[in-house]
Design a protein around this ligand. Structure first.
Ligand SMILES: [Zn+2]
Length: 499
């Protein structure tokens, strides 16, 4: 077999082998964040760096470029064409970064993760700052290797959301921020809703998280739920997608929404076309799209009145002391309060947490801000955008895991996800007329089937904006998101939208 067919079968076998290495690496990384004892951290860092180097060497193998050249000169069906486009991007990026730098970055990620966990637990910035300085330097070195001419932040954005740039984000975030400001002002003029925290023993919470995520459609025969400092989801291979959560004894709804978020990621991974391993199109279309799946389930479903009515019934069974009347859950889940912690933020203020991180990362990458000055810059931004100031590092600059992994450029994915989810929700409501009455009965199959058909099964055949356009048509996602927030939160507060 020669020509394009031969090149295709060599290419897919080669990337199938790389996928096996990546699966092994993912198991070690999952364990690093869940069960690894502290003294095993250094050896784990070496293991991960070595596997990352092996995978990088295989990706830049010159034969790969020859196979891609052959395939690019041949007419291909859309699925293979999408895979070839993605693999070409991956290879083009990889050949520009020396293997030595790839391994150094991977080792540093492990070291920085360990330092971050310690620093956060002890609330000590000084334990994290020196290693974070090195993470920023190596990240900039990597960005310059990938593209020495462009904006360094554009180079990292491409990894997570191909096609997204600093200037496109500035435009979208600017419009969104303006709209959110109007809504927040209207809500602040209304009487506040009093907090009614809900606590439940941890053992009961775990059972509830499992029950709810299984009801949504996360498949426990192909996954499991564990505990981590910062919740995440990872695919370890076909039929094995793990989710994690973090329990908050005094904040039942906050912990549960974290599990629903990760189950959203997990269901997306479980619905990807994994039978096409090595094809280059079997993965997620982008991290923004990944976050659209998690945020959709967490917010559009998980904070809706029909869902909370159903949940209230389940809670009354698990914890009768809460009482039979749980209608107040809806107000508690949708209270708007500018706060310090991103993952506990309401839907309205959430995107401001993202805009803050985007501005800080940009300042670091443009060398307008030094790591040493980050805590003060963080406090300033929170005062400016949300009117609150953290008193601890844990509630401020140390709250998120991302920077320890060198994942600069990831945060915008959350807001891109909210925007995609807003448009997907509009299309879904049109396509599944009984949607909300099904949700009120704890039936979520219609939603999942629609997402499977319109999003999950297509993997990364198209980039995220095109995939979403095919699912929802031409829509303005900023308007969709603001409409949703006004109709849920504006209405809850009796705030009137100016025309
Ligand atoms: Zn997420």
């Amino acid at each position: 077999m020669g020509g394009a067919d031969g090149a295709w079968s060599e290419l897919t076998r080669h990337f199938g082998d790389i996928e096996l290495l990546e699966n092994a690496r993912a198991v070690l990384a999952w364990d690093q964040q869940t069960y690894l004892p502290a003294r095993g951290a250094e050896a784990r860092g070496a293991q991960l760096a070595h596997l990352t180097g092996l995978s990088h060497r295989a990706t830049i193998d010159p034969r790969v470029r020859t196979w891609l050249d052959t395939l690019e000169a041949t007419p291909l069906d859309p699925i293979r064409a999408g895979g070839v486009r993605n693999l070409r991007r991956t290879v083009d990026r990889a050949v520009r970064v020396p293997t030595e730098l790839v391994e150094r970055f991977a080792a540093l990620q492990s070291e920085a993760f360990g330092a971050w966990v310690q620093a956060k637990q002890a609330d000590r910035w000084d334990l994290f700052a020196p290693v974070l300085e090195r993470v920023v330097e190596v990240s900039l070195e990597r960005a310059a290797a990938i593209d020495s001419a462009g904006h360094p932040y554009d180079a990292v954005l491409q990894e997570f959301d191909p096609g997204t740039t600093v200037s496109s984000l500035r435009g979208v975030f600017g419009r969104l921020q303006q709209g959110l400001g109007g809504l927040l002002e209207a809500i602040a003029a209304r009487p506040p809703i009093r907090a009614r925290p809900l606590s439940l023993a941890e053992a009961h919470q775990v059972a509830l998280h499992r029950e709810v995520t299984a009801a949504l459609g996360y498949d426990y025969t192909a996954g499991r739920l564990d505990f981590a400092e910062h919740p995440f989801t990872v695919s370890l291979g076909t039929g094995d997608v793990r989710i994690t959560t973090h329990l908050h004894e005094g904040d039942l709804l906050g912990g549960l929404s974290g599990s629903i978020h990760e189950a959203g990621h997990g269901m997306y991974e479980q619905g990807l076309p994994r039978d096409k391993v090595g094809w280059g199109m079997e993965g997620a279309a982008s991290m923004g799209l990944h976050e659209s799946q998690s945020r959709f389930w967490e917010n559009w479903v998980g904070r809706s009145r029909p869902f909370l009515d159903w949940l209230g019934g389940r809670l009354a069974a698990v914890a009768p002391e809460l009482g039979a009347d749980t209608r107040w859950l809806y107000a508690e889940a949708n209270r708007v309060t500018p706060g310090l912690i991103r993952i506990h933020a309401d839907e309205v203020t959430y995107n401001l947490h993202i805009i803050i991180r985007f501005e800080l990362e940009l300042a670091l990458f443009e060398r307008q801000l030094r790591v040493a000055d980050l805590p003060e810059a963080w406090r300033e931004k929170y005062r400016e955008h949300l009117g609150v100031v953290p008193e601890t590092f844990r509630e401020g600059v140390l709250q998120d895991v991302h920077w320890s992994g060198g994942a600069f450029g990831y945060f915008p994915s959350y807001t891109l996800g909210n925007l995609y989810a807003a448009s997907l929700a509009r299309a879904l409501e049109g396509a599944v007329p009984d949607l909300w009455s099904e949700v009120a009965e704890g039936r979520f199959g219609g939603i999942l089937a629609w997402l499977r058909q319109n999003i999950h099964q297509h993997g990364h055949v198209w980039d995220a904006p095109e995939l979403v356009r095919r699912a929802v048509g031409e829509r303005d996602s900023v308007s969709d998101l603001l409409d949703h927030l006004w109709s849920r939160h504006g209405a809850l507060y009796g705030a009137v939208r100016p025309v």
